[in-house]
Design a protein around this ligand. Structure first.
Ligand code: NAD
Ligand code: IPM
Ligand code: MN
Length: 364
């Protein structure tokens, strides 16, 4: 039997509910494929602030670094919203991404035939959409210096951040973009704001340069404002999108709605080496936390990405993805993807149904 150590970081809000479901699915699908897991649960975000006074305790990072993969629920909540920068749950997540050096964030957005009705877009627009956002995750305005607050001569407060990319940072994420597109439909759209921002001018220059290594991939460039519009106008034009940290954050939330709900979209964050970080793209959903209403499927699908990209266990990953489709085929829906005629279930029940579907495929 293969054995892996997984760090579980449930975090805040709906985090613990969805991670608990996803952990059970991972264990069952793994055991069927002859995989054994050892789990280590550690605090991050607000939960860590409450027990350790910092949003990413050193021990959480060291345990994560020593494991084979990291599964995160979500962080953040009203309670900590007014904390100073260093004591925000969000800072803990950024420190984790930086600490694990996971610079490439893969965020697939696929419209499942079962959920076409859940999309807010017209059926003919949403149907068949299958795109991948490759988001740079450890650079750009999230990490750029200088940053901070100052008070100018007339006593007015200023807040400032710096969008900064070096050519090596762009080159490595561009290569992930091209490699990803090569394995998909061979089309890469690089999204930037090169008509205005120097960091984007360099971005476009480097992506164009790197494209000579990938003659089989068709490269196009698009400004981010147009990309935001095109995603709603005709999303099927996109195959793979490569973009910076903040544009990737915004465009992936936008893309999620094409698929029906942000509660469906998983992600994988990978570096050159070391464990990957796997998390749904949504947040801690404080408005529904603790009510057994959260859709756990984004986290369940993140566990499938963990198996495929993090551990090279493609068969177990497929088993989970098939089980999710089967559960949707049977009509089970959480509130965020519910439409008339389906069976409305909570987070736990959705988890039970996915487990059943994983199991049933062993018996037959
Ligand atoms: P959010 O993604 O938490 O929620 C946005 C909306 O989507 C809410 O109405 C929520 O109920 C709904 N939603 C999200 N996930 C859902 C799910 N699985 N099932 C059903 N509905 C779901 O974004 P927000 O409200 O802007 O942020 C809330 C907190 O989460 C903030 O503190 C923010 O910083 C944090 N956040 C964390 C992460 C992360 O941990 N990776 C990501 C985004 C936001
Ligand atoms: C995400 C979140 C995070 C981000 C926040 C919580 C730091 O929105 O994972 O998409 O902006 O990257
Ligand atoms: Mn986000």
């Amino acid at each position: 039997r293969r054995r892996y150590t997984i760090t579980l970081l449930p975090g805040d809000g709906i985090g613990p509910e969805i991670v608990s479901v996803a952990k059970n699915v991972l264990e069952l699908a793994g055991s069927i494929e002859g995989i054994e897991f050892g789990f280590k649960e550690m605090p991050i975000g607000g939960a860590a602030l409450d027990v350790a006074g910092v949003p990413l305790p050193e021990e959480t990072l060291s345990v994560a670094k020593e494991s084979d993969a990291v599964l995160l629920g979500a962080i953040g909540g009203y309670k900590w919203d007014n904390n100073e920068k260093q004591l925000k749950p969000e800072t803990g997540l950024l420190q984790l991404r930086a600490g694990l050096k996971v610079f490439a964030n893969l965020r697939p957005a696929t419209v499942l035939p079962q959920l076409v009705d859940a999309s807010t877009l017209k059926k003919e627009v949403a149907e068949g959409v299958d795109l991948m956002v490759v988001r740079e995750l450890t650079g750009g305005i999230y990490f750029g210096r200088p940053r901070g607050f100052t008070t100018n001569d007339n006593g007015e407060k200023t807040g400032f951040n710096t969008e900064v990319y070096s050519s090596s940072e762009v080159d490595r994420i561009a290569r992930v973009g091209f490699e990803t597109a090569r394995k998909r439909h061979g089309k890469l759209c690089s999204v930037d704001k090169a008509n205005v921002l120097e960091a984007s001018m360099l971005w476009r220059e480097r992506v164009t340069e790197i494209s000579s290594e990938y003659p089989d991939v068709e490269l196009t460039h698009m400004y981010v404002d147009n990309a935001a519009m095109q995603l709603l106008r005709y999303p099927k034009q996109f195959d793979t999108i490569v973009t910076n940290n903040i544009f990737g954050d915004i465009l992936s939330d936008e893309a999620s709605m094409i698929t029906g709900s942000i509660g469906m979209l998983p992600s994988a964050s990978l570096g050159e080496s070391g464990p990957g970080l796997f998390e749904p793209i949504h947040g801690s959903a404080p408005d529904i936390a603790g009510q057994d209403k959260a859709n756990p499927l984004a986290t369940v699908l993140s566990v499938a990405m963990l198996l495929r990209y993090g551990l090279g266990e493609g068969k177990a990953a497929e088993r989970i993805e098939t089980a999710v489709l089967e559960t949707l085929n049977k009509g089970f829906r959480t509130g965020d993807i519910y439409s008339a005629g389906n069976k409305l279930v909570g987070c736990k029940e959705m988890g039970e149904q996915v487990l059943k579907a994983v199991d049933s495929r062993v018996q037959c």
